[in-house]
Ligand binder design. Sequence first.
Ligand code: SF4
Length: 238
Amino acid sequence: MDPESAIPYGRKTQHAPALKEVHILWITAGLGCDGDSVSITAATQPSIEDVLLGAIPGLPKVHLHNPVLAYENGAEFMAPFHAAARGEMDNFVLVMEGSIPNEKINREGYWAAMGTDPDTHEPITIPQWLDRLAPKALAVVGAGTCATYGGIHAMEGNPTGCMGLADYLGWDWKSKAGLPIVNVPGCPVQPDNFYGDAAVPALSTCRSRAHDSARCRATSEVAVYAYRARWLRPRGLL
Ligand code: SF4
């Protein structure tokens, strides 16, 4: 069979994605339980396998860097995060799981960190990662109620002063692609609402604090379509 006829007809008629490759840098080291990472493995529309193996027409090649799901560990796992922080990764979506502790009130030590700084060998706290990565990201996504609004442990009296992404970055914050923070709440996040959209990145802006419910899901799905039409299509990201 000649190489031209070996290409499925559907592939020839698809629009090429605006971006060839996108990395998803997923931080689970916020204050949380990793339940959202586990939840997305149950997605079916599309499944995580469909997204990562390139089965979805029009999607760029997606590279997922999530410590719960990665084969790599230690320095090998951290390398893409450091590369992105140095400005050596053009297209990435930053996903935050777990709430962001206030490191200004940690007295000594730190509340939560991921990896160590290659220069100082000090732990890199979650706010430091957000400061380094968020300005360079195509989109910033909060996965789960802890990341979006602080979760149950953000209630008054928690000594960490933890908060949601928008409380840390600012409610009017926009990414370098001009996208607002994408909040996908739920405890854990509803997997199809999250993965069907975050990897594109077409993302839900449902702001319900409720746990997964029919109303929240319906609101979220309407918001997904609105988000695609309002933010992604005009920027050639969908
Ligand atoms: S939102 Fe729920 S599932 Fe996600 S990190 Fe918080 S407690 Fe865990």
